[in-house]
Ligand binder design. Structure first.
Ligand code: WT7
Length: 656
């Protein structure tokens, strides 16, 4: 495995922060003996019984067989004899208590509209929308695609699907028409839920127009439900008769109550697409009981979420963080969730801090890229507001460098709030490595230790554990309830990606080291996956899009380190001989990628070269391109077929 410098991280591994005066509000009811004795299945069964409301309580913990190539799902079963409904757990059970009139969602739009939905409001709306879906012919197991901005209806739509057993597939509103189309077609959704538009940095995101473009080639979609935000005059939104209907009209027409569908533990809850090493996004399938157990418990363990809190996770519902820690985990805990639609710098760079002050946010969960952006903007925006309500800070999405960790801790948390760095993935469903605030001493830059019920290790190429402090592959030693069960429609790929590298163990794709205290330091991906501002992109996906452009003969995409976004895509291109080169081609290619995927995938740089460096067997040497892009001294180039190419590339890079 290639060795990398970890100077920034090494520095801090001795810094330990223990907040002696910080007290948890929620007690940890964890039987550490169970989890410590390796009886993880039994441990999780207790957690599932403790945290969830069951229609039929489970008695069985786990049945599983490590998947092998050729095996089919289901191959793992958590709480197999239980029955429950996720919407009932996130909504109904709270309205039977004093939480009935408690705020479930406090929402502010970018232009400043405010809405508060109590648990009872949510209860009424989820039932009505569940009836809308039933009226459109959606049945248990059918797929529904949700393409919405951050508005409360997104939560209503997701929970309504869960209520009737439909499988939702939420597509991030920043994705393009083509990315939406690909995801709709892969899941074969019969219904699409969208809005006329959303707000982002003062401009309109034309969701319905994108949707219409996507739907030109989505034969499975029979109905489109459109939320009227009023961002565009309703009369200007073309509604296709027989296919498109307004949300508010449908909601008026249906009966108010809809009983929750009893679901088996392993019934699917949702599909969420994420990038992998190949061009095609992978639809991770999460199921009912295991997923909800994982997110409900970890929300309480890691965020210490109590009834008095105002909890704000800044992630969009289009990502797993939005599913697990905006919707399902917090609502299962009966929490008050704050939701904001827009950009952090609209109308000014203090918007987030204005919101924290205005709503008295107590827990803030965000991404390192946002923290580094705020750092760059400077403290003056932070100081405009009183942030004393905050008591806990969280980070997710990529490694948080100690400098950003300390800035967050000092400037946002006023040195009183623990910072919980949470490592997990779309596939893990819930947080896996993170501190238990109030218990685990913190080390800036480390996600600390695996939570109870998880066992991690760091392995070398041959599957042996590396000695403490050495870099290796991060694996999880045994199955856990919230793990993804399969890749929608491609179980072979699932087995191969996660369970074949080290048989019987879950391969995360991340590099890590574990120090002598058992603390994990995450060191980025080991595969061709980029992490751009906490979002996962595949180099292959970008490459296969670029080569579809008529100018491009070959494309190689790598991730270059970026001070704010963590990584940014850089493309190296060889142009077809028949194509007349022109000055605007680099920008044209950048736009082409944005059109095909979305703005988050825009290459930061496009470089043209006569050849790409390849090994004798014809593999593009991405490592070399990375070194060039980073301006590093070149590594070993003896396996290159044409060393002249490198010289040219290096030259090219220096000239720009
Ligand atoms: C990849 C998963 C999990 C929600 C957001 C991203 C990286 C995530 C951390 C962290 C270091 C992290 C990993 C992981 N990652 N959190 N706290 N420290 N790296 O979800 O898109 O599924 O990406 O994000 O590389 O494999 P995702």
């Amino acid at each position: 495995m290639e060795q990398e410098k970890r100077s920034a991280l090494d520095f801090s591994s001795d810094v330990v922060i223990q907040l002696d005066h910080w007290q948890r509000r929620t007690p940890l009811q964890i039987d550490f003996r169970d989890s410590a004795q390796g009886n993880h299945a039994q441990f999780w069964l207790h957690i599932a019984q403790q945290y969830l409301t069951w229609i039929v309580p489970p008695t069985r913990a786990l049945r599983w067989q490590p998947p092998q190539s050729g095996s089919k799902p289901p191959w793992v079963e958590w709480f197999g004899d239980g029955e429950l409904n996720v919407a009932e757990n996130c909504v109904d059970r709270h309205i039977r208590t004093w939480r009935r009139n408690k705020a479930a969602i406090i929402w502010e739009s970018e232009p400043g509209d405010v809405r508060v939905l109590t648990y009872f409001d949510l209860y009424r709306q989820v039932q009505r929308f569940a009836n809308v879906l039933l009226g459109l012919g959606v049945r248990k197991g059918d797929r529904v695609t949700i393409y919405l901005p951050m508005i409360p209806e997104a939560a209503v739509a997701m929970l309504a699907c869960a209520r009737i057993g439909a499988i939702h597939s939420v597509v991030f509103g920043g994705f393009s028409a083509e990315a939406l189309r690909e995801r709709i077609n892969d899941s074969q959704s019969s219904v699409l839920i969208t809005a006329d538009g959303g707000w982002r940095r003062g401009s309109i995101v034309p969701l319905k127009r994108n949707a219409d473009q996507a739907l030109e080639q989505c034969p499975s979609v029979r109905h489109v439900v459109v939320i009227h935000r009023g961002v565009e005059d309703a009369t200007h939104v073309p509604m296709q008769s027989g296919r498109d209907q307004w949300w508010h009209r449908l909601m008026e027409e249906v009966p108010p109550s809809c009983p929750p569908e009893p679901m088996e533990s392993e019934d699917p809850l949702f599909i969420l697409y994420t990038s992998g090493t190949t061009g095609k996004p992978k639809g991770q399938l999460h199921t009912t009981a295991g997923y909800l157990t994982g997110v409900a418990a970890t929300t309480q363990w890691v965020f210490d979420l109590a009834d008095e809190d105002v909890y704000w996770c800044t992630a969009d519902i289009g990502w797993i963080t939005g599913h697990s820690y905006v919707i399902y985990g917090p609502l299962a805990n009966g929490a008050t969730v704050f939701m904001y639609e827009g950009a952090p710098d609209y109308p000014d760079r203090d918007r987030w801090w204005a919101l924290v002050e205005k709503y008295g946010v107590t827990i803030l969960y965000t991404a390192p890229t946002a923290i580094r952006t705020m750092m760059r903007w400077g403290e003056e925006y932070v100081r405009r507001h009183n942030l004393e309500s905050l008591r806990l800070l969280g980070s997710v999405g990529e490694p948080i460098n100690p400098e950003a960790w300390l800035w967050y801790w000092e400037n946002i948390g006023g040195k009183r709030c623990p910072v919980v760095d949470t490592w997990w993935q779309t596939e893990t469903g819930c947080i896996v490595i993170a501190p238990l605030p109030g218990i685990t001493p913190l080390k800036p830059g480390s996600a600390t230790r695996p939570l109870p019920g998880f066992r991690a290790s760091v392995l070398d190429d041959s599957g042996d554990r590396v000695t403490p402090g050495r870099r290796g592959y991060l694996v999880l030693e045994h199955p856990w309830p919230a793990m993804s069960r399969t890749i929608w429609g491609d179980h072979a790929r699932y087995v191969e990606t996660y369970w074949s590298r080290f048989p019987g163990k879950y391969f995360t794709g991340d590099a890590a080291t574990c120090d002598r205290d058992g603390y994990y330091w995450l060191l980025g991906r080991t595969d061709d996956v980029l992490n751009v501002a906490g979002h996962r992109l595949s180099t292959m996906e970008l490459e296969s899009i670029l080569v579809e452009h008529p100018a491009v003969a070959e494309a190689a995409v790598i991730g270059r380190t970026d001070a704010v976004k963590g990584q940014v895509p850089v493309a190296f291109i060889t142009v077809r001989e028949s194509f007349p080169m022109h000055a605007g081609l680099a920008d044209e290619l950048k736009d082409y990628v944005v059109e095909r995927i979305g703005a988050l995938a825009r290459p930061a740089e496009v470089h043209f070269t006569a050849e790409l460096p390849k090994t004798r067997s014809g593999k593009i040497m991405r490592r070399l391109l990375r070194d060039i892009a980073e301006g590093h001294v070149l590594g070993d180039t003896t396996t290159l077929a044409d060393p002249g190419v490198v010289k040219h590339l290096v030259q090219l890079y220096r000239e720009e």
